[in-house]
Design a protein around this ligand. Sequence first.
Ligand code: ASP
Length: 318
Amino acid sequence: MTADAKQRAKFAIAIHGGAGAITRGNLNAEREYRDTLASALRAGLDSLCGGATSVDAITQAIVVMEDSPLFNAGHGAVLNHEGNVELDAALMEGRERGAGAIAQATRTKNPILLARAVMESPTHVMLAGPGADDFAQASNLTTMPNSYFHTERRRRQLAQAIARGNSPLDHDRENSPLDHDRYGTVGAVAVDSHGNLAAGTSTGGITNKHYGRVGDSPIIGAGTYADNRSCAVSTTGQGEHFIRCVIAHVVAQRMLLLGEGVTRAAEHAINDELTTLGGRGGLIAIDVAGVIAMPFNTAGMYRGRADHTGRIEVDIFE
Ligand code: ASP
């Protein structure tokens, strides 16, 4: 194998399931998280091993997490003030910087697949509201009644947030005693055997949000970004701060313009940009060589990584 081919064979994937004030102690819940994160990584890794693109790999990994009630995406996403689910997602590939994003979808079973359909359409980059769900139907994606996304635990969480008059982040301990019920936004980044990067993020946003509120996840450059010249990034945390920092783009630009490595650029974005504005959360980032950074300024972040060696690692706490 030539050095170049060897380099190209070094595919890797990283995922997150939300960052926050995650408490230790509930071993059953912890195991469930770890198992689901590992399943998502395996789905992504299997497709990379089979020669699939980074877009395929992250889509597969995110679908596993959207279908799980554990995470704040797809089935089991958080409820807005009115008790409805409104879903945001984005997907971006790094070769041509193609991007697709959707906001406020209420019927599309797998928002990441809709983001992909938008990315692959010749005309659109972002669709919102009923137009996004109608586009899903026209693209032959599965749609469901809004009740499909609801779970009892999310109803309890909303009732509590309304009683307290707050809009907690999904995994926010300060605002909730239901620590073990805090499950987060999901995301994935990958580099494939051709050296192409991709990033994707999917979320229900924050509990008790105002209807129509859109967070960072579907905003290209804020919650999701990919550029083969630098890195692929997916974020989780207080979306408003991430939008104001344009944080995913900051990581990429620091690499491109300052020549920083992905680890340093990602740490700068969290420790300086986000923390300085008072924001909380984390991100995952990967470069074309498969180097992965996963900084966060919260007590934990559900996260995992896997690569061409077959190694799969899952972590929750620092
Ligand atoms: N970033 C998401 C949002 O603000 C929330 C999260 O990461 O859990 O919509």
